[in-house]
Design a protein around this ligand. Structure first.
Ligand code: NAD
Length: 321
């Protein structure tokens, strides 16, 4: 079993690689080789099988052709520029999130054997005038360039799969929290910061009120779901291979209560409430009510309460004091 992770240097890519190293198998077969590819060389990981790290630019077809060799059985396509970046730099978003996907699909089409392709889409494909809850079959109506690029990617994954060029499956990720590391440029950055920073004894700003609701999944469950997603038999996927990944709808208050239940009352005291209208204007337009029925039926799961997300962060990612 030869596996390639495009975007293998990123947050989810690195976690996925470590999980594959731990389990050593995928789709019932031992892993023979794992390639991690990213625009900058990914950090190497320890594994009981060979792991290669490659510098690859998915906007460049020759670079994609070089990294996807005919032995590749499963590709996790995680490489992307995220929402705020694609909104600020339209051309970069189109090149990476659209041309990049097309380059990967066309390379798969040219291979002698059909690889499994796991595509990470986003709930940002939804928006606008559609009723709640958002079902798997709700019409995508993205309100950002990023969401539009991901929605087109989903259609391409479906059509290339229908034609037998690739065995694709796409999952719309919820917001992944608690994300380790430093705050980033994403408007959603505070959704992890308000838990991560206080757990580390550092003040964090919450720019929305405690009743603000959103849809979340832990990094650990996300990685498990991507692996499960790769293992689903093609015949079980039906006529739309793209679906929402399960998550939980939570208010900020519920998240903070969960942190207090796990870590005691001190961290919550480090949250400073400071309304930021520019952040509020973006995130208040996001949807939080989803019914991920198809993925649940196929064995993907959500966290069991936000306490799990907090415990997973402490166990998997929190820097030692
Ligand atoms: N983390 C989330 O909350 C979330 C939510 C919804 C969807 N997603 C999707 O999940 C995937 C992984 O997200 P993540 O949080 O790990 O993001 P990330 O930014 O940590 O990882 C993405 C990786 O793609 C790489 N990349 C960018 N341009 C590239 C190029 N031209 N060639 C090769 N690699 C390139 C980046 O260097 C980065 O390492 C992405 O497709 C993202 O759109 C993530």
């Amino acid at each position: 079993m030869n596996i390639l992770i495009l975007g293998g240097g990123g947050f989810i890519g690195q976690k996925l690689a470590r999980k594959l190293a731990e389990t050593g198998t995928l789709r019932g077969k031992a892993i023979d080789r794992l390639v991690l590819a990213d625009i900058a060389a990914p950090a190497p990981i320890d594994a009981p099988f060979p792991v290669e790290t490659r510098t690859t630019d998915i906007t460049d077809r020759a670079s994609v052709d070089a990294v996807i060799d005919p032995q590749t059985d499963v590709i996790f396509h995680l490489a992307a520029v995220v929402s705020s970046h694609a909104e600020a730099e339209f051309d970069t978003g189109m090149a990476v999130n659209l041309t990049g996907v097309l380059n990967v699909l066309d390379r798969c089409r040219a291979l002698p054997a059909t690889p499994v392709l796991v595509f990470t889409s986003s709930l940002a494909v939804f928006g606008g005038e559609v009723p709640d809850p958002i079902e798997d079959w709700t019409i995508p109506n993205p309100q950002t360039s990023y969401g539009t690029q991901k929605a087109i990617g989903e259609l391409l994954v479906n059509d290339y799969s229908r034609r037998g060029f690739v065995d694709g499956r796409g999952f719309r990720l919820p917001t992944i929290a608690v994300r380790p590391g430093k705050p980033n440029r994403a408007a959603s950055s505070f959704m992890s910061s308000i838990i991560r920073e206080p757990l580390n004894g550092v003040e964090a700003v919450c720019p929305v009120d405690p009743d603000f609701k959103h849809y979340y999944l832990s990094p650990r469950r996300c990685v498990e779901n991507l692996i499960r997603g790769a293992e689903i038999a093609a015949e079980d996927l039906g006529m739309n291979r793209c679906m929402s990944m399960p998550g939980q709808t939570l208010s900020i208050r519920q998240m903070i209560d969960a942190m207090t239940a796990v870590a005691g009352p001190e961290p919550a005291k480090l949250i400073r409430w400071e309304e930021q209208p520019e952040i509020g204007a973006i995130v208040s337009g996001w949807r939080y009510d989803y019914n991920p029925a198809k993925a649940l039926a196929l064995g993907l799961i959500a966290d069991d309460g936000f306490e799990e997300n907090v415990r997973f962060y402490i166990k998997d990612d929190m820097p030692a004091a």
